[in-house]
Design a binder for this molecule. Structure first.
Ligand code: ADP
Ligand code: ADP
Ligand code: ZN
Ligand code: ZN
Length: 752
């Protein structure tokens, strides 16, 4: 190694044990190790945090004083850093105006192309922008959809007004709003809506505004009658959305339906823009094509004026193909992309940039990719490196680890039993290393041969959503089913879009954040905190409420958070330790109260595993054991849930479900964030659920999960238009023998 390595000495963030590492620059370095071993603490909390802090230091004093102070990571020394860019799996989100085309800048380039060579010429490129008045459809203001209240969602037709037929919350039985209706004299209030005459329907839904007077105990009441749709539309749709609180907006959302705008057909553009064509296609038709199709259309353009523009567009489109996103279209809203897709789109933006000498940091980029497509991802990582960048990747996937120039294995286990560098070097060396990673990379699991027998079947009939080609498929009850297929083949569409709507009883365990309050932690989430507070109260003869984060016992400076959060407009909020309680969250008085020698703050700082040794109450032990069982033994009882990764969120939700039976569970890529070692434990949990009389359906690419399924549904053969079919249904042994299945081929390969 040369003198330009990134040098880190004495790193101690979270569980790191005074770690020293050197990371070669302009190389691909992969960080691996079991979940909770300290990879993120090293890569994100130390390297990326310090790079951000050093960057802030370079700003003028004027700017710096307006940025919050990022405290130095707990480290003795960090040298030779450069600017770091983190490309994570946070969804791109964004409003309905943000699409794959706008976020990659390809749509802007396409606009330019149309403004130059489209026929008839319509002038400037603003005309093709649905985000600008010159181009947007006047009917839907460039959104492509019109929003309205859905009658089906608003009304329960099997009920009468008096029984609460109007489901919208402000129309509760006895409410002022409903009284205006029931006293209007227009309806028989005990008649089921299903029996209404057309005239009654019209009055209920569309009735014009009119004054009504009705008698009540307090005297005559004057009120305005107005049909349900105009009333709700006026109150909630035709007004400045920013005036409506988030909570109310969420409620309203549940009663809305979206339909394509009639004027522009969903294309968002006005008629002038849509009339302009290249080789017969307008810009909206181009944006609706799958990337592969669009490339062929652009390549066919023979216009010398457009040469350079076409080259630029094709380069970017090919970046999308090269990371396996060829099934997307430019008009796809970014808010509908998955975490893995979002991460790969962000990657495209950086591949097209000419910056060199940067540090690029990736968080498990293989998420959502079928083994067949991982080599494409690897190509992108190499390309970034070869442009002179340093690429740091947190990853568990064998095929990605294999391409590393350098590997740093963190472990050996999680939390206090991890936090050390257990191996550094190349892949061949890792295979010989006696670490959890080395050991798991060497072994190959056998296919499951004794599969469970389904007790029944659930049928999805003629599904046609998105790319599904009239799919009819049976999903078995009482077993573990894995749905596989390359990205974009239609797995989520089949399960989330076609199957789940007719199975509202299903329990979906996804990776979305748990707990809405910034004060939530494993102790509050599981309900253990109430019991712990009672134990403190009983042993100290004081009120249990003293030990609550929102009582007068909490530190008044940070309101019991232990941290001070500073919001930044466009960046992640910054947290600094509360200087008043030094992160202990409670007032000095409360910290005096002890339970077997420990303060409430000491207990919140215990890991689940430590708490298992400390407590003796049966109910607490059962809850702690469940957390340990799902592989969360290393988290502390007081760790804010907001610091948990997606995979950890999924497992904490799973912990709450382990004692139920007769349920249907659906999970989307539950192995995200999990090391091979953790996957075995996850499989144990899923098997426990099935053995307990539940049905489990998971969407997965991971071969170790596929091998141990009872039943596999393989989708494909490709992504997008060329997918949407069931390629295979059966057991792992049958899949390995299936000639026509891509997944089957990889299963045979991983069998060795
Ligand atoms: P990995 O990335 O390898 O999964 P992490 O670096 O996220 O592991 O976690 C290492 C340890 O530090 C774990 O015990 C984890 O619970 C703990 N930890 C991570 N972030 C925080 C935090 N913000 N506060 C307290 N503990 C944390
Ligand atoms: P998988 O889960 O197998 O990766 P998806 O079900 O996400 O595949 O996608 C299948 C097809 O449906 C793809 O062509 C994808 O672009 C399309 N698709 C998925 N979600 C949406 C959506 N919200 N809007 C439009 N098209 C979608
Ligand atoms: Zn429109
Ligand atoms: Zn405090």
């Amino acid at each position: 190694m040369n003198g330009y390595d990134i040098v880190i000495e004495g790193a101690r963030e979270n569980n790191l044990k005074n770690v020293n590492v050197r990371i070669p620059k302009q190389k691909i370095t992969i960080f691996t190790g079991v979940s909770g071993s300290g990879k993120s603490s090293l890569v994100f909390d130390t390297i990326s945090a310090e790079a951000q802090r050093q960057l802030n230091e370079t700003f003028s004093a004027f700017v710096r004083n307006r940025l919050p102070r990022i405290s130095q990571p707990d480290t003795d020394l960090i040298e030779n850093l450069s600017t770091a860019v983190v490309i994570d799996q946070k969804r791109l989100g964004g409003n309905s105006r943000s699409t794959v085309g706008t976020i990659t800048d390809i749509y802007a380039m396409l606009r330019l192309l149309f403004s130059r060579i489209g026929k008839p010429l319509v002038g400037s490129s603003h005309v093709f922008s649905f985000n600008e008045p010159a181009g947007m459809c006047p009917e839907c203001s460039g959104v492509g959809q019109v929003v309205q209240f859905s009658v089906d969602k608003l009304l329960d037709k099997s009920k009468s007004l008096n029984d609460g037929a109007i489901l919208f919350p402000v129309f509760k039985v006895g409410s002022w709003y409903l009284n205006t209706y029931t006293h209007s004299g227009l309806f028989d209030n005990d008649k089921r809506l299903a029996d209404y005459t057309p005239a009654e329907w019209d009055a209920l839904l569309n009735g014009k505004e009119s004054k009504i007077v009705y008698r009540s105990i307090g005297g005559d009441i004057e009120s305005n009658y107005e049909g349900l749709l105009p009333k709700l539309t006026r109150l909630y749709v035709k007004r400045d959305i920013s005036e409506i609180s988030d909570a109310k907006r969420e409620t309203v959302e549940r009663f809305l339906s979206y339909s394509e705008c009639n004027l522009c057909g969903g294309s968002r553009l006005n008629q002038a823009a849509l009339g302009c064509r290249i080789n017969g296609y307008n810009i909206a038709e181009c944006a609706a094509m799958e990337i592969g199709e669009l490339i062929r259309m652009i390549e066919a353009i023979r216009d010398p004026v457009a040469g350079p523009m076409i080259g630029g567009i094709l380069t970017r489109l090919n970046h999308l193909v090269s990371i396996g996103l060829d099934y997307l279209s430019l008009d796809r809203q970014t808010a509908t992309l998955s975490g893995g897709e979002s991460q790969r789109i962000k990657m495209v933006r950086h591949l097209s940039s000419s910056l060199t000498g940067m540090i690029y940091i990736f968080d498990e980029p293989s998420v959502g990719l079928h083994p067949r497509d991982v080599h494409r991802l690897n190509g992108m990582l190499r390309q970034l490196r070869d442009k002179g960048n340093t690429v740091l990747v947190v990853e568990h996937d064998r095929e990605v680890i294999e391409i590393a120039d350098y590997i740093i294995d963190v472990g050996p286990l999680a939390g206090t039993r991890g936090g050390e560098i257990v191996y550094e070097g190349d892949f061949a060396g890792l295979l010989r290393a006696d670490t959890p990673t080395g050991r798991h990379l060497k072994q190959s699991l056998p296919l499951k041969t004794s599969t469970r027998t389904p007790t029944d079947w659930m049928t999805v009939t003629s599904a046609r959503l998105h790319n599904l080609k009239d799919v009819t498929v049976d999903i078995p009850v009482g077993v573990l089913t894995v749905v596989t297929g390359v990205a974009g083949s239609g797995k989520s569409t089949l399960i989330n879009g076609a199957f789940l709507p007719s199975h509202p009883e299903a329990i979906v365990i996804d990776q979305s954040a748990v707990g809405t309050s910034i004060r939530s932690n494993p102790a509050t989430y599981t309900g253990m905190m109430d019991e712990i507070r009672r134990l403190f109260a009983a042993s100290n003869k004081v009120s249990a409420s003293l030990f609550s984060f929102n009582s007068k016992g909490a530190c008044s400076n940070c309101q019991g958070l232990g941290m001070i959060y500073t919001d930044l407009a466009f960046l992640e909020p910054i947290r600094t330790i509360c200087e008043s309680c030094e992160g202990r969250r409670f007032s000095d008085e409360v910290l005096e109260y002890k339970l077997n020698g420990k303060s409430i703050s000491d207990i919140l700082a215990m890991t689940v595993r430590e708490a298992l040794e400390f407590f003796s109450r049966k109910e607490l032990l059962r809850q702690l054991q469940t957390l340990e069982d799902v592989g969360l033994g290393y988290v502390t009882l007081g760790q804010p849930l907001s610091t948990l990764s997606g995979g950890e969120c999924q497992r904490i939700k799973l912990a709450g479900e382990l004692h139920k039976e007769g349920n249907l569970y659906v999970m989307d890529e539950p192995t995200t964030g999990l090391h091979m070692y953790d996957i075995s434990r996850l499989m144990d949990i899923m098997n426990r659920l099935v053995d307990g009389g539940n049905t489990v359906v998971v969407i997965e690419h991971n071969m170790d999960v596929i091998k141990r399924a009872d039943w596999i549904i393989d989708m494909g053969p490709e992504g997008g238009h060329q997918g949407g079919r069931i390629v295979f249904e059966g057991t792992p042994v049958q899949l390995a023998a299936a000639e026509h299945s891509i997944t089957g081929a990889y299963l045979r390969k991983s069998e060795g």
